[in-house]
Design a protein around this ligand. Structure first.
Ligand code: ATR
Length: 277
């Protein structure tokens, strides 16, 4: 824990945690902004998440990022949730308000939208968007996508009932369509892969016709090589393919802003991570 009382302490909590890039990213943000903070990685035992969080704040810690497998538990543990976090059903950022209550936020969707719209100059407004998958990762980003006012968002999933549940959860916030992969027809302007299929080197069974030569493909996963999904999109002549490393840096920047009210320049940090991939 904090050895130097003059330094504000932050951390990412997960299990496992050694692979996390968050300490590196926030370390760079701190140097760039000259903010006096330390950011560490905490591996919480799977059945002691809330104890780990409470101990961190009780010892004067200022803010936490939460990663797999604890984002839903962080949601349940939060005394206050933003609208975004409430609908996401998951929390990746914790902090305490002036009364000491633990507040939960989810910056994943903002990170995705900012990476697309700012870093890659891809507007989502009035676009036909296809989101692949209907698990926690997709639920976590849907509200910020819908807030960009796309023409429609189609959620396609292997288990169609889960896509339908998500569409119902976000109903009234935009044009939402739920379907299976084999029901997809016509091409899309932007396709976002939020399935975990590529973790197993897999690809959902997708019809080629969903991509045309202006389609932007975005994989929320990232890897040093092109992801399986992005390789497939390229083979179908998509206009551009992007992976989720930019989303990772942008969600971190939004957490940093929530904690420190400081906007950082994400470009150099993203370039550094790419260089070390
Ligand atoms: P995460 O938190 O990463 O979203 P999750 O909630 O388990 O993890 O969701 C995983 C998503 O990837 C789901 O949409 C899942 O489809 P099902 O709902 O049908 O299970 C999808 N997925 C995982 N492996 C897949 C595969 N091989 N092909 C297609 N979809 C897959």
């Amino acid at each position: 824990m904090n050895v130097n009382a003059d330094v504000d302490l932050y951390a990412v909590v997960g299990n496992p945690i050694s692979h996390s890039k968050s300490p590196k990213i926030h370390g760079e943000f701190a140097v760039q902004s000259a903010e006096n903070l330390e950011y560490m990685a905490i591996q919480a035992p799977v059945d002691e998440f809330s104890e780990s969080v409470n101990a961190f704040f009780d010892n004067g810690g200022k803010g936490l990022n939460i990663t797999v497998p604890f984002k839903e538990q962080a949601w349940s543990l939060s005394s206050q949730l933003s609208d975004r976090a409430r609908l996401a059903g998951a929390v990746n950022t914790l902090y305490q308000n002036e009364n000491g209550d633990i507040c939960g936020e989810n910056t994943d969707g903002i990170g995705l939208v900012r990476d697309l719209t700012v870093n890659h100059n891809v507007s989502l407004a009035d676009k036909r968007i296809l989101v692949l998958g209907a698990g926690g990762a997709v639920r976590g980003v849907l509200l910020p996508i819908l807030e960009e006012k796309p023409a429609s968002v189609t959620i396609a999933n292997r288990t169609v009932a889960k896509a339908e549940q998500l569409a119902a959860l976000f109903s009234g916030r935009g044009e939402l369509i739920a379907c299976g992969f084999d029901e997809l027809s016509g091409s899309f302007d932007v396709i976002i892969n939020g399935t975990s299929a590529s973790l197993q080197g897999d690809l959902p069974p997708l019809p080629e016709g969903i991509i045309n030569d202006t389609t932007i493909a975005y994989d929320m996963m990232y890897s040093a090589d092109k992801t399986v999904f992005n390789r497939w999109a390229e083979s179908c002549n998509a206009a551009c393919t992007f992976d989720g490393l930019g989303m990772l840096v942008e969600q971190a920047a939004e957490s940093f802003y929530i904690w420190r009210q400081v906007r950082v320049d994400t470009g150099p940090v993203l370039a550094m991570l790419r260089a070390f991939e």
